[in-house]
Design a binder for this molecule. Sequence first.
Ligand code: M6R
Length: 578
Amino acid sequence: MGRIPARENVLESLRLLEYRGYDSAGIALIDIHGKIHVEKTTEKVESLCQKTGNMPGCMAGIGHTRWATHGEVSLRNAHPHTAGSVTLVHNGIVENYLALMQEMAKTGRVPASDTDTEVAAMLMDCLYDGDPVVALTRAMGRIEGGNAFAVLFADRPGEIYAVSRDAPLMVMHTQDGSFLASDAVALLRYGETMAVVPDNTVVRCTASEIRAYNLSGQPAQLRYGNACWTASDVELAGYSHFMLKEIHEQPQVLSRKMDFSSVPEDVLRDATDIRIVACGSAMHAGLAVKDYMEEQTGLCVSVEIASEYVSGALRHVGKPLFVFVSQSGETADTLLALKRAKSIGAKCICVVNVRGSSIARAGDYVVYTQAGPEISVASTKAFTAQVVALALLARRMSGRGLSLELEYDPAALAEKALKQENAIRRIAEDLSCAENIFYLGSGMDLALAREGALKLKEISYIHAEACATGELKHGCLSLVEPAMPSVMIATGREGLGRSLTSAEEIRSRRGRVYLIVPEDAKIPDGCCDGVIRIPTASGISAAVPVAVCVQLLAYYCALKLGKQIDQPRNLAKSVTVI
Ligand code: M6R
């Protein structure tokens, strides 16, 4: 809000946040008389732009893109929601919404939507006696769960209020006015200095200033800092998709220095084992580094799916040291698992990309992966940065004073792998005709096979499954049909012979095999249907070039099939619901 028209600003911000995935969108503008104008769509932000063409010029407004949780995708469920003098947008889940809804029903309020959000608007309206800060602080005292709200009050035309707990919220003030968002990407075009709003802090934004209050209504301090990202980081820069841009950024990303100084050198002193907890690609990064971390630390390392870690008793024989990995730092499953680990008094290291994110703030020690903003839903540069960060963390934790460098330079390996782009594109075109694809590997290569299969499923919608190379003959081989492709990753010299035997088993059933092997690997002529050669590197270092190759395979496959690469159906970039 401020000195520039709110409609255009809010719509442009929503456009910038489209990458996060959404199924409906909406905007509310407040004019100088306190009249609130709301428009919504169940289509793309572009359609909201068209629908709002005749809205009056207002200097204050809020907007939202919704990813449905409570209630179907519909106009009445899209945000903003209004109750009395309150109009708000919301991220998160009001966990006690049923109880609150019953309470609101007793006050005669009737919901107009199926959402948990509307009850928050009703509650704030119910608690509003002319002081927005009081209404918001009291409401936050009643609302359970991780939530952020941006709120307009009809009798406060020049003001926007916001509050959050365990959900991202940041603010920025410039000569053009005050801006707030749940994602720094929406703010970067106004400047680089912003403040992450601390939990349970209410902010009041006007054209001339931003004020903060704690839950007792007392003035609070906001700490402004540099976002580290710039507006140009979130532009396509000539690439056709953010995914391709981000794949190509890997050499640059992996050459950045990561700072491990927040992790004490004796962090393992009392630890009996290490548990890496994460979701999706971040979890695969953990799997890829597991063996290396065991080697370096001498401790047993387990890798857990965060969503499997949130209920039931937390098994903790001994004193586990936890490592939480997340690109966004907002993944609800990971955040919840982190809170459970903290509740048993465990030490938690967080390996995160987004600065100031909820996971970064909740851990004991944080390491930033420095990958820059990742816009494509399919994680690429963030994944390889996580692998490198975890490998370097393992060295730091080894306590042997090892230098924080891997045997091979990951940036150079990524650069060399990108040189295979044309060969990979040709193989991807073969893969694009398949209905089912196996990704095979052993040890670290199995983790990369999982990542390759996930990437392919995510953006091409082809069914892909990862299987341990040696396990194929114990069941999955029955699925191999003539022409069905398998991508076999074999980076280690020792395992190559066994991989080639499995390749034979597939090919003798007329399946097709594409190998990903080091450039110096000796493979017999005619043993496969295509080869991708990665630069020679041993151990954990080989993860980076393999990851680049499977990312390009998925990208070109989806491109050939004409899929929506950066925003695949049904998925959100940052999964802030459990
Ligand atoms: O932001 P996070 O790293 O916590 O996200 C975890 C997963 O949701 C994420 O890696 C997801 O699997 C990616 N879309 C995969 O490409």
